[in-house]
Design a protein around this ligand. Structure first.
Ligand code: GZL
Ligand code: ZN
Length: 331
């Protein structure tokens, strides 16, 4: 679909009323409190870059309270060095267990070696890490970013099935997540893996919006100034897609119609846009990992082993579905 690149702003910037989003994260049954004293869990969270992240934090905090676990919660404000500092403080404090969301996959070997030397088990949550020695952490629980990327690709194969095998290209603009984070790497990988056998699906532009709404808006505003040849926008998270929708509508274009839009997370605002027809597919990424994190922390505090890799359940929401029965997303 050709998008008229006119350079001039379209209708006045739509006031993007932030959804009330005051829902507290879905309350889920707290993990069974363990016998004996409440353990002390040091948890390093990356920040509050998206509604998904703040719900992930609430899920951890609520589940710790429900499980009688004393939580030392640190917010790194999007900086890896703040996470490393927090992990070192947990070691100095001699917590029973450490859990953390690694903002990027690399750079953890030294501090995890210090935790291992201190005999403190480490649980990696939500995002994955790459370390030389796998024994530096006890296990991972979180989302399967590669599968999320595959689901986004599978939707496009279905959406453009009438072009499969034809000559007409499907031109894709990708707005990706935080560079070097496992969701950014995984989503890009899964997406490309599914589309690779169909060369007419072409990623004509890819840039990181760092999972931030403001960056999603700026990138899309700039792209629409310079290029008109896109059929699809694939956003690695809903935070960025909300900014992208603003930029597309500012241009006087109809998102979901003039350009197909696929996004990942499934926060309330994205589901609402799906229902309005402004987004065509929302891949779920489940933030409610708190209860399972607490159960695993209690097992580790008892000195027992846990499964190395646990993926939380996730689904996909499609444009033609009847979502009227869907409950509040909680984020
Ligand atoms: C994915 C998670 C990502 C979300 C974003 O598991 O780490 O980080 O998709 C969030 O919304 O910022
Ligand atoms: Zn610019």
């Amino acid at each position: 679909m050709k998008i008229p690149g006119n350079g001039a702003a379209g209708p006045a910037l739509l006031l993007c009323l932030c959804a009330a989003a005051l829902w507290s994260c879905q309350k889920t049954a707290p993990a069974q409190a363990d016998q004996g004293r409440g353990i002390i869990l040091g948890f390093s969270q990356i920040g509050a870059e998206s509604a998904w992240r703040t719900c992930n934090s609430r899920s951890v905090q609520e589940a710790a309270a429900g499980a009688g676990i004393q939580l030392l919660f640190s917010n790194a404000e999007q900086k890896q060095e703040n996470q490393i500092r927090a992990l070192r403080s947990f070691i100095a404090y001699q917590v029973d267990v450490i859990a953390f969301v690694p903002i990027v996959a690399d750079g953890w070997d030294n501090v995890l070696q210090e935790a291992k030397d201190a005999g403190i088990p480490v649980l990696v949550t939500d995002r994955k890490i790459s370390v030389k020695d796998e024994s530096l952490y006890a296990g991972f629980i979180g989302t399967d970013s590669v599968e999320e990327g595959r689901n986004a690709g599978r939707f496009l194969l279905e959406k453009f099935r009438d072009r499969l095998g034809g000559a007409e290209p499907v031109r894709i603009v990708e707005i990706s997540g935080t560079v070097g984070s496992s969701p950014e790497v995984g989503r890009a990988q899964g997406f490309r893996e599914v589309l690779a056998p169909y060369p007419q699906f072409q990623i004509v532009y890819s840039e990181s919006g760092d999972f931030l709404r403001s960056k999603g808006y700026e990138l899309m505003r700039d792209i629409l100034d310079t290029r008109t040849d896109m059929d699809v926008i694939f956003s690695h998270n809903d935070g960025m897609v909300l900014g992208i929708l603003d930029a597309v509508k500012e241009r006087g274009l109809k998102p979901g119609v003039d350009v197909v839009i696929v996004t990942i997370d499934a926060e309330q605002a994205a589901i609402d846009a799906l229902i309005r027809g402004e987004i065509n597919c929302v891949v779920e990424c489940n933030p409610n990992q708190g209860p399972e994190i607490m159960e695993l922390a209690l097992v580790l505090a008892r000195g027992e082993k846990i499964e190395r890799l646990i993926h939380v359940d996730e689904r996909v929401f499609y444009e033609e579905e009847d979502l009227s029965a869907l409950g509040p997303r909680g984020y």
